[in-house]
Write a protein that binds this ligand. Structure first.
Ligand code: SAM
Length: 283
């Protein structure tokens, strides 16, 4: 079956509409797990006092709020996403944090040419951009939206082998739901695992001064059961993969996932393997 990018994006949008509240509710875990990588991303994007920052696939806004704190009252953050419901969570979190320099806009990351050209100093995207069918169009849109000398930085997952907290659930579901393996080049969590691919895509879209780091970012939770609860409540794509199975069989699959993730329980709790790629580049 050929890949239908528009259908894929409609499904992605409805998944995130449905699981927006779950992702937002897990914000404290997201920030403890991804917080260090987020600070490095903001450093690589050059976000500082007064920066005008574009966040692409902003979700419930954790990284956009960190950017807004850095940008301060003289700067501004525009958080964009395909899902309006998840952006409502971002807007509420920014208001609760007392940030007056924060706006949201429902916008497909492949339609950034709708933004004014050269209107941002920095752009960021944290574990979002990997889900775009046409990354080249997104990168060109980011490039166009940045002012001369502006920086883009992103956080993505490294390989499936180094991200077993996520790849084990995906492969168990794939096997039990009898789904075919993803085709090369299709969007997905591990589509930008290769730092050389990420660098070449950035350069092809016109970026220079590319910098790439690979960092360890284990997911720490009290138990494997908590990791399953996190993924069950907030990873809509896993439910979509399970969609063709009977509800009672789905529960069996979650039990199998919890058993498999049990190997990462330690005396100090669950430590799920996760490796991230952080990249920055200049306009
Ligand atoms: C895993 S979440 C990450 C959210 C946030 N960046 C974070 O790190 O917490 C992925 C996000 O990508 C968004 N997304 C997926 N495809 C998109 C697209 N084509 N354009 C804009 N956003 C998209 C989803 O709606 C979702 O909010």
């Amino acid at each position: 079956m050929s890949f239908d990018a528009e259908q894929y994006k409609r499904t992605t949008r409805s998944q995130w509409e449905e699981y927006a509240a779950g992702w937002a509710a897990w914000a404290p875990l997201l920030e403890s797990w991804l917080g260090d990588a987020t600070e490095r991303m903001l450093d690589m994007a050059g976000v500082t006092g007064g920066s005008r920052v574009l966040d692409v696939a902003a979700g419930a806004g954790g990284q956009a709020i960190a950017a807004a704190r850095r940008a301060g009252p003289g700067g501004h953050v525009l958080a964009t996403d395909l899902s309006p419901t998840i952006l409502d969570h971002a807007a509420k979190a920014a208001a609760a944090a007392g940030l007056g320099n924060f706006d949201t806009r429902e916008l497909d990351g492949e339609r950034l040419h709708e933004l004014d050209p050269a209107s941002f100093d920095a752009a960021i995207s944290r574990v979002g951009f990997i889900y775009f069918p046409n990354r080249d169009q997104a990168l060109r849109g980011i490039h166009r939206a940045l002012a001369e000398g502006g920086r883009f930085a992103t956080v993505t997952y490294s390989t499936a082998a180094t991200n077993q907290f996520f790849s084990i659930p995906v492969s168990i579901i794939r096997e039990r739901a009898e789904l075919p393996p993803p085709a090369v080049g299709q969007p997905g969590p591990f589509s930008l695992a290769d730092p050389e691919l990420l660098e070449s895509e950035l350069r092809a879209a016109g970026f220079g001064e590319v910098e790439v780091q690979v960092v360890d970012a284990p997911v720490r939770l009290p138990s494997a059961a908590e990791c399953v609860r996190f993924e069950k409540e907030s990873f809509g794509a896993l439910h979509q993969m399970l969609g063709g199975m009977a509800p009672e069989d789905r529960e069996d699959v979650w039990t199998e996932i919890e058993d498999a993730l049990g190997q990462f329980e330690t005396p100090d709790g669950f430590v799920g393997p996760c490796e991230l790629v952080i990249a920055g580049a200049s306009r």
